[in-house]
Design a protein around this ligand. Structure first.
Ligand SMILES: *Cc1c(COP(=O)(O)O)cnc(C)c1O
Length: 377
């Protein structure tokens, strides 16, 4: 790779693969975030949610790094993700499919040793039928809806499920779980409501281990920890606890190349729709990443990038493949064709850009796209 070639003291803008942006994923920081959660959770354990390609950071690399830190429970959302991940991690790591199985995937799932999270009686019956066919007991996790109305056994199905369990079944339940809807807001009443509902469920289904907390849940205190937490965003450096200072270390940085610079007179229109009109003479730089690379279009005239600590506001609309930024605040000639600007890094966090884009860190991370040169450190 020629990524270390220096152009006027700046890392070369293109790699041998031809990328014009560098997404750096700090696996050591990921590991430290995991260890921080582990120590907060003990004696409960920390699994890892690696759905959506580990929030866009690469499920295989992330899962292997976390395995090396002792993680043995990996959660994906869809069976297809488990199929991809299974060969990449050691056999003593378990993979759980949070959405459960679609009809037709049961035998493949059983044969791969992947564990479905069963969310309904329909999924329970499917899995039980697969167990009968294979003439063995199959492992599963049961998810209960405690007030999010998204996934999990609804209250109306609990009596029938309890009866099925009493009658004995060919499904081995590894643990029961539920998911918090407002865990990032420690002050939300919904946390207590869901906790109370989970306690009722634990009484109705006694004797099972409980998994309850996502990243935010880890920070709600021991009562929410159960025996196994399922953090996602906190591992990847996102803030697990809303307004407060982010206790996690950043994992991702993103530097993108300048493709062109220019000076425009007052009155010049900038970008699609002429949506921005220069109010004075300005120096502009066009940067090689746009909404197809995960910079949401609503950053138009709102967000910024940084160069040597100087904020460079986005001017005009975000294009598919580029943004234009105001570099008038920099001494002339400091930023040129080929320079790299910081989109995510020490001056702009994931949370900063998410706020400017009116969204959450999760959406920024999972949207980052595949045109960047990904470098794992
Ligand atoms: C996505 C997800 C998680 C992880 O949530 P974070 O907020 O990223 O920690 C945990 N559990 C379930 C069921 C999920 O869908």
């Amino acid at each position: 790779m020629d990524s270390d070639i220096l152009v006027s003291g700046i890392r070369a803008a293109t790699t041998t693969q031809g990328a014009t942006g560098y997404l750096t994923i700090d696996l050591a920081a990921l590991g430290r975030n995991y260890c921080k959660l582990v120590s907060m959770l003990a004696p409960a354990r920390a699994g890892a949610v690696v759905k959506a390609d580990a929030y866009g950071l690469g499920a295989e690399r992330v899962a292997r790094a976390l395995y090396n830190k002792g993680c043995r429970h990996f959660f994906v959302a869809q069976f297809v993700e488990a199929v991809r991940l299974r060969p990449a991690i050691a056999g003593d790591a378990q993979i759980f499919v949070l959405n459960g199985l679609q009809p037709g995937n049961e035998i493949a799932c059983a044969e791969m040793g992947v564990v479905p999270v069963l969310n309904s009686l329909a999924q329970w019956r499917q899995w039980s039928a697969a167990a009968r066919m294979l003439k063995r007991c199959l492992p599963a996790v049961l998810q209960f809806d405690t007030g999010m109305s998204r996934l999990g056994f609804p209250e109306q199905e609990r009596a029938e499920l309890a009866a099925a369990l009493r009658d004995g079944s060919n499904i081995e339940i590894l643990f029961i779980m539920s998911h918090l809807a407002s865990a990032d807001d420690a002050g939300s009443e919904q946390n207590g409501e869901q906790f109370a509902e989970m306690s009722r469920i634990a009484d109705e289904f006694p004797g099972f281990d409980i998994s309850f907390a996502n990243s935010g849940g880890v920070f709600l205190g021991d009562a929410y920890h159960g025996v196994l937490a399922r953090p996602g965003i906190a591992l990847y450096g996102g803030a697990p606890n809303g307004g407060e200072e982010n206790p996690m270390e950043p994992v991702v940085s993103l530097d993108v190349a300048v493709v062109q610079t220019r000076t425009v007179p007052s009155g010049a229109k900038v970008g699609y729709g002429g949506a921005h009109v220069a109010q004075r003479e300005m120096r502009l730089a066009t940067i090689a990443a746009g909404y197809a690379d995960g910079l949401p279009r609503c950053l138009s005239d709102r967000g910024a990038v940084y160069f040597k600590g100087v904020r460079l506001p986005i001017v005009g609309r975000v294009s598919m493949d580029s943004i234009t930024v105001d570099i008038s605040g920099l001494p002339e000639g400091t930023l040129t064709f080929g320079s790299l600007v910081e989109v995510l890094g020490s001056h702009q966090t994931l949370e900063d850009i998410a706020r400017d884009a009116d969204t959450i860190a999760y959406e920024i991370l999972t949207g980052l796209g595949d045109r960047y040169d990904r470098q794992y450190r």
